[in-house]
Design a protein around this ligand. Structure first.
Ligand code: SAM
Length: 245
């Protein structure tokens, strides 16, 4: 069944009215009245819906069942991802949404190729679309949040003592993720920092550590940064019991 995030005002009683997705439903997917879709309210609930009217610019449906969306993790990971080349960054947004990241903060660090935090509105909108499509596909119940690009110095201000903050650093001789997360129930979330292609500088790792972040290793092999982001997010969720069937 096709899944669509809608604005809260699209749902009224047992009726749903979709306008933004009308073209996709009618002309691309060629769905007709009588067929079923799932509508997501971005608050963790999904609504199985029978289409009642499909026309140009507007689709209406009747809700037949409301239930909690099953794909939303309890543990909230914020991924502080150093900016990468366009396709790689978009790949990280897509795959980490599927895996279960809750918030993305693109970071400008010393070795990122992109030097400015300024970004065109259409690029942010494109990134949000990628996240939305991945969230719909992977049965998430809430759309991961996306912050505008943020300077490393500002991003590390977010590291709070009570939240578990981790920085992926192959050179720091760090702990493995299992040891980093031992005894932690995940309830205050996890802040995960992943470096750019050239890695974090020693000083950056040091400054994160001074604020309470723990440097961790993903083993002896050096991974591409996008691989590290997906793998670390998945392993954190696994260690915190979020990948049960
Ligand atoms: N020579 C660079 C360095 O030592 O940082 C390699 C950078 S690696 C290609 C890009 C990013 O992916 C790193 O900054 C780190 O965040 C993450 N990463 C890659 N392999 C890793 C590993 N084995 N352990 C921890 N982090 C890793």
């Amino acid at each position: 069944m096709h899944r669509f995030f809608v604005r809260p005002e699209a749902i009224g009683g047992d009726e749903v009215v979709l306008q933004k997705q009308a073209h996709q439903i009618r002309d691309v997917l060629r769905l007709k009245a009588g067929e079923h879709i799932v509508v997501l309210d971005d608050e963790g609930f999904e609504y199985e819906t029978d289409l009642t009217a499909v026309s140009r610019g507007e689709v209406k449906g009747k809700i037949v069942e409301k239930r909690e969306a099953s794909g939303e993790p309890d543990v909230q990971i914020t991924l502080y991802q150093s900016m990468l080349a366009r396709e790689k960054f978009e790949w990280v947004l897509q795959k980490c949404t599927e895996v279960g990241v809750t918030r993305f903060v693109p970071v400008i660090s010393t070795r990122t190729l992109m030097r400015s935090c300024g970004i065109k509105a259409n690029k942010l909108a494109r990134w949000r679309r990628i996240i939305q499509e991945a969230a719909e596909q992977s049965h998430r119940g809430k759309l991961p949040d996306l912050s505008p690009p943020t300077a490393f110095d500002k991003a590390i201000d977010d590291i709070e003592g009570s939240k578990r903050s981790l920085i992926a650093s192959p050179e720091a001789g760090g702990e493995n993720l299992r040891d980093c997360l031992k005894g932690y129930d995940g309830s205050r979330g996890v802040a995960l920092f992943v470096g750019p292609e050239g890695g974090f500088t020693k000083e950056e790792v040091q400054r994160c550590a001074e604020r309470g972040a723990v440097a961790f290793s993903l083993g002896k092999r050096i991974l591409r940064t996008e691989t590290a982001a997906v793998m670390a997010s998945g392993l954190i969720l696994y260690e915190l019991g979020e990948l049960e069937g």
